[in-house]
Design a protein around this ligand. Structure first.
Ligand code: GDP
Ligand code: MG
Length: 797
């Protein structure tokens, strides 16, 4: 509870003082130390200041200051007392003395809970360290923006309970991106006990820029010098102890991939917290005489107002005012003397501009880099090292003006070929297992609806989709590897020009590729695109990226009609999605989404050989997700579709086909059939399309149920083609032609994304309007493309 919440006459024991460094120091100097007892002498509601007694003398604190002091109150201690009394007979202790002791104990306990957050550039290894510390399995990836939300974890270490928070990656603490704003707000509002500034040791100069801003904020912090293995391997020499001294921040080398140094990191945090380690001190990043003078002038105006300045350090506010930071201007507007602050700021900005021939914002940035260069000159000796060479060498090839594109296509082709050709073997094994189970149940169970449900509903539906588990895992392993190795960032880089032509940015490319895995995280990852217009357009075209859920349908259909060249047909479908997305982006850019786009930097992380473990883990996570979907929504959908196709019950003399047609599902199919006839679909395809709206895998499982053949038919087809799955074999003997089959695949590729994806478009764009727009345009596009394809195809054949 907050000290300000105690009433007159109550007392409390101090747990913690929050706020920026300068404020904390002053409060602690006044005697508000952890474990100390404070008594409230006078706390009138609505009255400032509040009078306290601490260490036997009286002090006044303003309410805003008392808000930042955490205490254990008598009330809280009483609750504990009551609990204890039930357990033990009265011990003869002075009642008041006992209570104070209890409060101290509680304060001590509570002081052993620390909130720690990771702040650092994208891709510096925050999530890796977070995972090691908390034992979680958050996604790590070798490009910016994998972590878009704060992830929290809890663990205990050396008697302390740590709440750790993995914040999104940022290059600085300005407010150009939502991430930056988010991180800054988090630090100010949540006042974490210690900030872990994760720094990529192989890219010090740029990473330390953020560090200098954290120093300006004057928050307690520690530096995790991550990627230390790379620093070692590079032959560069860094005196990290000296760096820590220069910056006033303890520096702990870590290797996020192996966990080296992570224990020491947390031990040091405890040491800082307990005041055992005094390497932490607040320094000022020196911006040079001229800037410093002006920073001081603005700061002076801010300091007219009493602490704690809405939790910001006055110096930070001053620097940010000079940098024209919109959010900080809003904060300063809350000061009564805002007009003075603004007038001073304007004068200073003008002065800086005249003197330095540069606006104050870039002057401050330059000065910070100057500070960093200076610091590094003292403690860092650079050697041209092999990663550099290797990176440059590889980059010159894979981002080559001409070579880059064929290499990209080749890699994609290898990915697809392996996914479908290598995946075929385990697919056949699983398929055999599924049909064996079906046969066992078929022969051993008495006839009746239950048997039909199990064989024709569940086994045919779920079994029809589960056989593709290996393909999906292989595809994901490839995508994962390309992301982690850093290749994906290169692909984005070479695509930048092309993307600009679409009115997008190279950064849009990664969400698009991620869309091949699943559209939902892809839509979420558009948050890293700083430019609103590009972000929205990217979001709108992601559904055209063929997600894995559509894969089973492709595999079934191509298996039925093009068993030998299935991977080529599927590759073509993916390509079609990409080409259409380009066209759509151009259209949206011109007609639908308005506004200016602004350029921004694209970065190339160094290449890293992804650890087999991490690739394996991502792949397995995907596999697990897939299996989970099988056991839940796909199972349910299979049963529902089966039920709708089973009832009303079969009448005497009806063939299976006739029965299906007059079943409920047949009626649904017949109802949508006219609309889909121009595309060349029969009612069974119509039904699959309708059911697929919940999740695209259901398209395949629905086909599994609808096309499940009777035993006699199945046996006939049994030995025909070893490379085909059972369902493919059946479909190849159905009424579908290869032309309408292809047309169907085009429709499945393009038509509306699943409902969860639509919801995430709403969440990311902030408006339902864009979800509905997506549903409408994709479905229209699907219909038009399928119809054109089918009609022209019919004329030619
Ligand atoms: P974040 O964006 O800061 O959360 O970074 P991630 O934790 O996602 O890591 C980015 C990439 O760097 C991943 O491919 C990690 O496997 C890799 N990585 C993380 N820490 C280290 C490290 O200490 N050394 C090396 N060589 N690679 C690391
Ligand atoms: Mg991360």
């Amino acid at each position: 509870m907050k000290l300000s919440e105690l009433y007159t006459g109550e007392s409390g024991v101090i747990v913690n003082v929050k706020g920026h460094g300068g404020f904390r120091k002053r409060i602690v100097e006044m005697g508000f130390i952890k474990g100390e007892l404070v008594e409230v002498l006078l706390n009138a509601p609505l009255r400032d200041p509040v009078k306290y007694k601490i260490m036997d003398y009286e002090v006044s604190l303003r309410r805003a200051e008392a808000d930042l002091i955490e205490v254990v109150s008598e009330k809280e201690a009483k609750i504990l007392e009551q609990q204890e009394e039930q357990n033990q007979d009265g011990i003869l202790l002075d009642k008041q003395e006992a209570q104070r002791r209890r409060m101290r104990e509680m304060a001590h306990q509570r002081g052993k809970e620390l909130t720690v957050c990771f702040v650092g550039n994208p891709n510096c290894g925050k999530t890796s360290i977070f995972n090691i510390a908390s034992g979680a399995h958050e996604r790590v990836g070798n490009y910016s923006g994998v972590t878009v939300d704060a992830k929290e974890g809890v663990f205990s270490y050396e008697g302390y309970k740590f709440h750790i928070v993995d914040l999104p990656g940022t290059y600085s603490l300005t407010t150009y991106t939502p991430e930056e704003l988010y991180v800054r707000k988090y630090i100010i509002d949540k006042t974490p006990s210690v900030i872990i500034n994760v720094v990529d040791a192989s890219n010090l100069e740029r990473n330390l820029y953020l560090t200098t801003q954290l120093i300006d904020m004057d928050v307690p912090m520690i530096m995790a010098l991550n990627m230390y293995d790379e620093l070692r391997a590079s032959g560069n020499k860094l005196n990290q102890a000296l760096l820590g001294e220069l910056l006033g921040v303890p520096v702990i080398p870590t290797v996020g991939r192996t966990g080296e140094g992570v224990k020491e990191l947390f031990s040091t945090i405890i040491a800082i917290h307990e005041g055992r380690k005094n390497t932490f001190r607040h320094i000022h990043v020196n911006h040079g005489r001229l800037l410093e003078e002006n920073i001081d002038k603005v700061e002076e105006q801010i300091r007219v107002n009493p602490e704690p300045h809405f939790n910001y350090s006055a110096r930070f506010l001053s620097i940010k005012m000079l940098e024209n930071d919109k959010q900080i201007i809003e904060v300063c507007k809350r000061f009564p003397n805002y007009n003075d602050i603004k007038a001073t700021t304007d004068r200073c900005k003008q002065f800086i501009k005249e003197e330095l021939k540069e606006d104050s914002e870039s002057a401050i940035t330059d000065a910070k880099y100057g500070f960093i260069r200076g610091a590094l000159k003292e403690c860092f000796v650079k050697k041209t090292h092999y990663t550099r060479h290797l990176t440059q060498y590889l980059d010159s090839v894979v981002t080559h003006k001409w070579l880059g594109y064929p290499i990209f296509l080749l890699l994609m082709f290898i990915t697809f070929f392996s996914t479908f050709k290598i995946g075929e073997y385990p697919m056949i094994w699983i398929d055999n297992l599924v049909s064996w189970i079906g046969e066992q149940v078929g022969t051993n169970m008495p006839d009746g609806p239950l048997k039909d449900l199990i064989v024709e509903g569940i086994i045919a539906g779920v079994g029809g989709v589960i056989v593709f588990l290996p393909n999906i895992m292989i595809l994901y392993a490839f995508i994962s590897w390309m992301e982690d190795s850093g290749y994906m960032a290169r692909a984005a880089f070479i695509m930048d020009k092309l993307m600009h032509r679409m009115g997008l940015h190279g950064k849009s490319f990664i969400p698009m590729i991620m869309g091949f895995g699943c559209n939902i995280p892809a839509i979420m990852s558009t948050r890293t695109i700083e430019d609103r217009k590009s972000r929205l357009i990217t979001m709108l075209i992601i559904p055209l990226m063929s997600c894995q859920a559509r894969l089973p349908v492709y595999l079934i259909i191509t298996g039925a009609f093009f068993p030998r060249y299935n991977y080529l047909v599927i590759f073509g479908l993916y390509l079609l999605g990409v080409v259409l997305s380009i066209l759509m982006a151009k259209l949206f850019n011109r007609f639908v989404v308005h506004g200016e786009s602004s350029p921004f930097v694209m970065e190339l992380p160094p290449y890293r050989l992804p650890s087999a473990k991490s690739v394996f883990r991502h792949t397995w996570e995907k596999g697990k997700q897939y299996l989970h979907k099988m056991g839940t929504i796909i199972l349910l959908a299979s049963i529902v579709v089966w039920g709708l196709s089973y009832f009303p019950q079969q009448q005497e003399g009806m063939t299976r086909e006739q029965h299906m047609e007059q079943s409920y599902i047949g009626r649904i199919g017949k109802a949508v059939e006219p609309a889909l006839r121009p595309c060349g679909f029969e009612w069974k395809e119509g039904v699959s399309i309708v059911t697929g709206v919940a999740a695209k895998e259901i398209v395949a499982s629905t086909m599994g149920v609808l096309y499940s053949a009777t035993d006699a038919e199945a046996e006939e087809l049994e030995d025909e083609n070893e490379e085909q799955s059972r369902l493919s074999r059946i479909i190849s003997h159905s009424g579908l032609t290869s032309l309408s089959a292809l047309s169907f695949l085009i429709f499945i590729l393009l038509y509306m994304p699943c409902i969860p994806a639509c919801v995430s478009i709403k969440n990311e764009s902030g408006k339902w309007k864009w979800s509905f727009f997506t549903i409408f345009y994709t479905t229209a596009l699907a219909w038009i493309c399928s119809t054109i394809f089918y009609q022209i195809g019919s004329l030619l054949i």
